[in-house]
Design a protein around this ligand. Sequence first.
Ligand SMILES: [Zn+2]
Ligand SMILES: [Zn+2]
Length: 258
Amino acid sequence: MRSNFHTHTQRCKHAYGDERDYVEFAVKNELDILGFSDHGPFPDHDFGLRMDYDELPDYLSAIDSLSAEYKDKIRLYKGLEIEFHPKYITYYKQLSDLFHLDYLALGEHMFTDSNGKVKNIYFAESTDDYIEYAENIAAGAETGCFAFIAHPDLMFMNKFEWDKNCDKACDMILSAAEKYNIILEFNANGIRRGRQYFPDGMRLAYPDERFWKMLQGSRQPVIIGADCHIPEQIRDSAIGIAEKMCMELDLNVVDTIF
Ligand SMILES: [Zn+2]
Ligand SMILES: [Zn+2]
């Protein structure tokens, strides 16, 4: 079965194409399932690079009408990729209950540190931030509100050498995934960024093989996510590379999050 549960649209202001463009490309490429997971808004704060809160009903009804129109060709799901912040626990539940979302992907870009300050993992100050980042992910996993953890190794896009904090953060994320039975996403978007120079050598920013090797041969479910920001990325060469990497790493790849 061909599926993708990590799909953005132009509503997030840094992707191209509307919902229809993604559905049409997915149908043309024989996907059985397409899950939309555009960057989710918060009701009282705009963290940027996401749809406006007021746009949520439009986004969902666009997917609903395409779902009906294409029902013989593809199965669509309504989701959001959204950060976990402790203060929004009731909001995550509301998203599913009031807005009838099919799933939430825990995509931690911004996170809350122990002083309540919101930080961005793209600009970590040191690997100490990785620990607080991992704590947020683990706390999000514990809520049971999220179907999968998007790019759980995103922190390794920072240019720091591997140290004890890296081991600890990986362990916290992997243990939480196992304990709370949550899928981990092997994210193809990092592959599209190509290999880059890091203090510990040339490698992909993410997926980071050092993280995934810790799962080698385990039964932990892993889903490959296109994380497409243009329709063609639903099925591009990065997906093929991700599939090959997962096979070589002997990961337990699943094709659905349900
Ligand atoms: Zn994005
Ligand atoms: Zn993301």
